[in-house]
Design a protein around this ligand. Sequence first.
Ligand SMILES: [Zn+2]
Length: 233
Amino acid sequence: MQNRISNILKDVTNILLPISCFGCNARLYGGEVMLCTLCRHQLPLTEYNFNEENAVDRIFYGRINIKKANSFLFFTDIGIVKNLIHNLKYKNQEKIGEFLGDWFGQILKKNGHLNNIDYVIPVPLHQKKFRKRGYNQVSLFAQRIAFHINATYADDLLIKTANTKTQTKKNRLGRWYDNRSLFEIRNSDMLKHKNILLLDDVITTGATMEICASSLKKIDGVGIYIASMAFVQ
Ligand SMILES: [Zn+2]
C-alpha cells in the first residue's frame, strides 16, 4: 500500500514537473528533460531514412501500395522505448510525443527527404477513447513533425468510427477485412492529389496503418507515407 501511494504521488509529481527519467526512472539533473543523459544516448534510433528500403517498408509489402515507411526508434519488450511509450499513453505524459516529434522532425528536416508532404495526419482515436485518455498520444508528435517539414497538420480528416480493438491474433487478410470500415475520411476533396504522412505510435503488425492507408487510398492521386515513433522488429 505504502508503495502504491508513493508510486501514485510520483506519477502526480511527474505530471506537474517531471523529475525522473521516463526511460529508467533515475532522477533528472539540471538540463535533463524527459530522459537522463544515459538514456538519451542509448535511445535505439533506427536511422532509417525515406530514401532507402528498410524493415518498416517490408512490413507493408504486398499488402498496401504506399510510397515509403519509416520509424524513429526500435521498440523492444523491455527498455527505454517501451517505458517512454507507456508513459506517453497511460501516464498522462503527452509531452513525450512533442519531445519525440521534435527530435525526429529535425532529422527529417535535415535530410530533406520529406519536403513534398502536404498533410501530416495522426492515426485517430475513437471519441470514447479520446475522452478517456484526454488526448491522442500521436497528436503532438505529428504536430511537431508537420512544423519541421513545413506541412499542414490535420486531425479532422481521418476519423475513427468504431471502437474495435485491432485484432492482432488473426492472419493479415482476416484482420483487414474485419476492420476495414473502422475509419472514415472527411473532406476528401482536400486530399486529392496530395501527399500524406500518416503517423502512429508503434507499428507492430502494421494492421492499423494498413486500414488507415487503404481508406485514404480511395482518394484520387493520393500518395501515402507512413511513419511511427517506434516499430517492433
Ligand atoms: Zn534514464
